[in-house]
Design a binder for this molecule. Structure first.
Ligand code: ATP
Length: 578
């Protein structure tokens, strides 16, 4: 029933339905003590009116029934508690896993359009809202509605005039809440946006803390954060105030219902069409019957807010993941790009690129900063799909291959090496989760990591701080090469470090790379052109166009852009501050 509306799993839908039934039962059992109390009053008063002896047996039976109903309430309450919480936590866990899994399959273009704070909010905060609403709001809301409706029908059967007196204020109270909903929607959106802005600022502040300190921006950045926090506070207060106003208004209105019941009751008793016990019953019931309705009204704004969070989750769910076949096995690793054009946010950055990258050879991408080298290499890894043209490996267009499957044929050695808060051993094993310890040590030795790892306090068992903050740039890159060695993929994409490394580190990295690229299809994004003089093929890019290609000798002979870039780098080599 709720599967599509609330975007639930089948299990979540089943659990929620069960939780609602139990919640309704729990609310109905709450009426039992009133029935018992009323019966007791009647049993005690009747002998005085009719001058008959007190029926003590009946009184004891009612007493026992009272205890039984309290016990029943306790049991139902416990089941409801367990069911709703199990349903909520299981569901939010399933949602988190589903969202994370979906994000993994999304094209990187999606992450270009959405910032990290937005995604974190979806994964954590919105899932938390779902968890909370599923456990504290939805079952109770529906349970209250059902139990109140059942009570209303029973009362109407008993005496429709008195039932009408109890419920006549209800439509007006509901109207007030629904008018509030319209106004709250806008404020709820504002509140969500303000929360996102704060997450964004906090993230930026923490990630950029080094730069912020280095450039003395602490005060300025803190002011931004402070103002986002104030905005969030204002948005929250506005939303709560408005929601509170409407809920309080409708609650006050509902409470006037008791007055109407007394007024109508007194009139009916005095004209002899209602007996005094029925009148007493309605007064007692009316003190109880408004409680779930008021609780329902109080929960409604939270539910409306939840619907906004749900919308944001649905946006994420509607984004098409990257698909492809998993049964394609590549055996030939010649790569060809045929008239490839690619755009970030509608701006073409690769324009009609046609090249062949032969298997087991080294191909270098060179060109000025921003010419499209990184983008072109990542298109080969299907980080994004091309706008037009095609990329073919062997004889398969990569658009047909499942991204994970495609990735299993490739190793990327990026400049920005991501290290996890785990041991060095496990950080290297990221390359191949099934590698044996010996294979990990061997890859580390070949990648020239062994020597610096042995100097660490617990060698391979040393736990790296968040993102390996204590390791140098050269050491990080060598770990990344060790990962790639362990993965043993036939295609290697290598993004050469732009930052200058000290000569010793540079030699070590060159040695490690030589181990890695032997007998592979290699694409290297080269920044220091002297490192690729031996490449089998050099592709020169400029503003997204491929403008030259050949080997080092032929390109130098052309005296074009490559010649110019190489000469400038040679001239500027060895600069120092004296
Ligand atoms: N995620 C992105 N969203 C939008 N534009 C991007 C994105 N990444 C890169 N660009 C733009 O695409 C163009 C090509 O960038 P790319 O990083 O591929 O160049 P590059 O040659 O590798 O540069 P560099 O040598 O400085 O690393 C640039 O104009 C860049 O600003």
């Amino acid at each position: 029933m709720f599967k599509n509306t609330l975007n639930l799993t089948s299990e979540g839908n089943k659990n929620l339905t069960y939780a609602i039934i139990i919640c309704t039962l729990e609310n109905l059992t709450l009426f039992l003590p009133f029935v018992v109390l009323l019966q007791m009053i009647v049993t005690l008063i009747m002998p005085l009116v009719t001058q008959t002896p007190l029926d003590t047996n009946h009184l004891w039976m009612l007493f026992a029934f009272g205890i039984l109903s309290a016990l029943l309430f306790f049991i139902v309450y416990r089941i409801e508690y367990r069911k709703t919480y199990t349903a909520a936590y299981n569901e939010s866990m399933a949602t988190r896993v589903e969202v994370a899994e979906r994000m993994r399959k999304l094209p990187l273009s999606f992450f270009n359009q959405r910032n990290l704070a937005d995604l974190t909010t979806n994964l954590m905060s919105n899932c938390f809202t779902i968890e909370h609403v599923m456990s504290h709001v939805v079952p109770q809301m529906i349970g209250y509605t059902l139990s109140s409706t059942i009570a209303c029908i029973m009362l109407a059967v008993y005496d429709w005039r008195m039932a009408l007196a109890i419920f006549c204020v209800l439509p007006l109270a509901a109207f007030i809440v629904f008018v509030g909903k319209k106004l709250e929607e806008g404020l709820s959106q504002q509140h969500i946006k303000a929360k996102l802005a704060v997450s964004d600022q906090v993230q930026e502040y923490l990630e950029g803390i080094k730069v912020i300190k280095a450039f003395g921006l602490s005060e300025q950045k803190f002011r931004h954060l402070d103002s986002s926090l104030k905005n969030m506070m204002k948005a929250a207060i506005k939303f709560e105030f408005l929601a509170g106003m409407f809920v309080t208004g409708s609650t006050i209105l509902l409470q006037t219902g008791i007055g109407i019941v007394i007024l109508v009751g007194v009139t009916l008793v005095s004209n002899g069409t209602l007996n005094i016990f029925a009148f007493l019953t309605f007064i007692l019931v009316s003190t109880r019957i408004y409680a779930p309705i008021i609780a329902l009204m109080t929960l409604l704004p939270e539910f409306f807010h939840f619907l906004q969070s749900l919308k944001s989750m649905q946006k994420l769910r509607r984004t098409e993941p990257m698909n492809g076949r998993t049964d394609i096995d590549l055996t030939n690793f010649d790569i060809s790009l045929n008239d490839v054009t690619f755009a970030y946010n509608q701006v073409d950055v690769i324009k009609h690129a046609t090249i062949t990258i032969p298997a087991n050879k080294v191909t270098a991408f060179v060109g000025p900063s921003g010419s499209g080298k990184t983008t072109l290499s990542r298109l080969i890894g299907r980080f994004w799909d091309v706008k037009s043209g095609s990329i073919i490996i062997g004889n398969q267009t990569i658009r047909d291959i499942d991204p994970d499957k495609l990735m299993s044929y490739m190793s990327f050695v990026f400049q920005d090496v991501i290290l996890f808060n785990d041991t060095i051993f496990n950080n290297i094993r990221v390359g191949n989760e099934n590698a044996t310890a010996e294979q990990v040590y061997d890859a580390a030795r070949k990648a020239r990591c062994d020597e610096f790892i042995m100097r660490l306090p617990q060698s391979y068992d040393t736990v790296l701080s968040e993102n390996g903050g204590t390791l140098s740039g050269g050491e990080r890159q060598r770990i990344s090469i060790a990962r790639a060695l362990l993965k043993n993929a036939p295609i290697i994409l290598l993004d050469e470090a732009t930052a200058s490394l000290d000569p010793q580190n540079e030699v070590l990295i060159q040695q490690a790379i030589s181990e890695l690229i032997y007998n592979r299809t290699v694409i290297v994004i080269a920044h220091r052109l002297r490192t690729i003089t031996n490449a089998d093929q050099i592709i020169v890019l400029d503003h997204g166009h491929i403008i030259e290609q050949g080997n080092f000798k032929s390109l130098m002979a052309q005296s074009g852009l490559f010649y110019k870039l190489y000469t400038i780098q040679q001239q500027n080599q060895g600069w120092n501050i004296s």
